[in-house]
Design a protein around this ligand. Sequence first.
Ligand code: AMP
Length: 249
Amino acid sequence: MKILVPVKRVIDYNVKVRVRSDGTGVDLSNVKMSMNPFDEIAVEEAVRMKENGTATEVVAVSCGVTACQETLRTALAMGADRAILVSTDTELQPLGVAKLLQAICAREQPQLVLCGKQAIDDDANQTGQMLAALQGWPQATFASKIVVEGGEVCVTREVDGGLETLAFTLPGVVSTDLRLNEPRYATLPNIMKAKKKPLDVVPASELGVDLAPRLSTLKVVEPPARSAGIRVADVAELVARLRNEAKVI
Ligand code: AMP
């Protein structure tokens, strides 16, 4: 089974995001970028499947600017066999990425696409679902456990109040949730080895895909600052304030 793992380069989750002063978006200058955390989980799961003999090859793919190669090198250092950069300087939205991934699926013929459930920058939670629709493939989102056996995938999902288990026949798309696994750190020897693994660059323009944005960002604002709390003398004052000022009781 060949697994394709789409990995996105996003602002590192430890960075405090700053909104650009003109409100058009988030300031990306001099900001640490890393692999989307849910995609690290997807790479880890795919590599484990390779290690236990379920998968034969793990191919990481990233769509975006040249710097996405760093993200792909991380995937290679974690154990992916090879990587593909679909290079473009155009701003990508989930539908555009899904179409690029569809074109890569046509070339690579993976049996499983294992992506993150959402990118922590746009929080879209759309790309995997759109790819499944474009491919006409089954999908199971938010996986907390994945078992592949004889061409069938069983996916456990954490839903409100319990666990749901779905099964589908490959090929298909699965997206990863937080509790699926704990991704390994890329060790120094593996980072060195990753430099020699194949990384193909495919210009997005070669794939004949319409990347025109369908959404426009109107405004991005910081969350309102929390106002200071106050200390009340007793329960009577608390109740009075909740009733008369906050008007919540
Ligand atoms: P989103 O729909 O933007 O929340 O992203 C969901 C998942 O789609 C991510 O976790 C990635 O696995 C994949 N993805 C989104 N954008 C890209 C991209 N530019 N390159 C590769 N994979 C992506």
